[in-house]
Design a protein around this ligand. Sequence first.
Ligand code: SF4
Length: 274
Amino acid sequence: MHIMKEAMLYEKLAEGKVRCNLCAHRCVISDGKKGICQVRENRGGTLYTLVYGHTIIQHVDPVEKKPLFHFYPGSTAYSIATSGCNFRCHWCQNWDISQIVHDRRFIIGEEASTEQVVAAAQKADCRSIAYTYTEPTIFFEYAYDTARLWLEVTTLVIPGINDGDGELKDTANFVAEELGVDTPWHISRFFPDYKMTDVPPTPIETLDRAREIGLEAGLRYVYVGNVPGEANTVCHKCGQILIRRLGYRILENRVQPNGRCPNCDMPVAGVGMG
Ligand code: SF4
């Protein structure tokens, strides 16, 4: 039995239709129909979210796995998702969560109120709650009721899809200009999965080139993800290694308790860094 909660960010139209303004699809939905994401439904001229309080997964992850490198390094994040997605990407790395509603035509998961999610996160000693594994826009109301803002951006770089210099520059410039140069940008390696098994993993050289493009755009913290080896946070002013990581594990954290570089006293962007 799903909790029926009226959706946010929609408008009522003539003839019992509604327009959902939650994402760029701007679905116009007739009575009894669902939007492209399959988890928002028009019932009698009112738009409802079908996944509020209904998680398909609850999991404790290292915050570095999200990936968030500038938010309580070394802590754990209570990761939740509902089923459904407003994208149909053939390269989805979490398709058994995001595409299950499209592929099997039903919503699965467990009831979990926002209070229960917060309590479970606290019990597991997590410093944060991560809305993850699918495009969290589609469970906006659920996330909104439990969320506090933080922000790091991840781009999955796929050979032949979005690995050209022009697109990478556009993405890096967007992050730098619209979100700010202190926004960490994670460039994530693609592996063949779901319906895109005919494309090889992203070459390491492509990821390194993307990182250079990010730095040239002025971004201060650019990371290559989904590859073996170290992914360190470096002071953008003096070059001092601040946090040494191997995979998702922190080997050393030199950030001062006041959140500054121990060498040049430059503030390090993020929350709970020291
Ligand atoms: S969130 Fe779903 S219903 Fe709303 S516009 Fe996007 S795809 Fe359509």
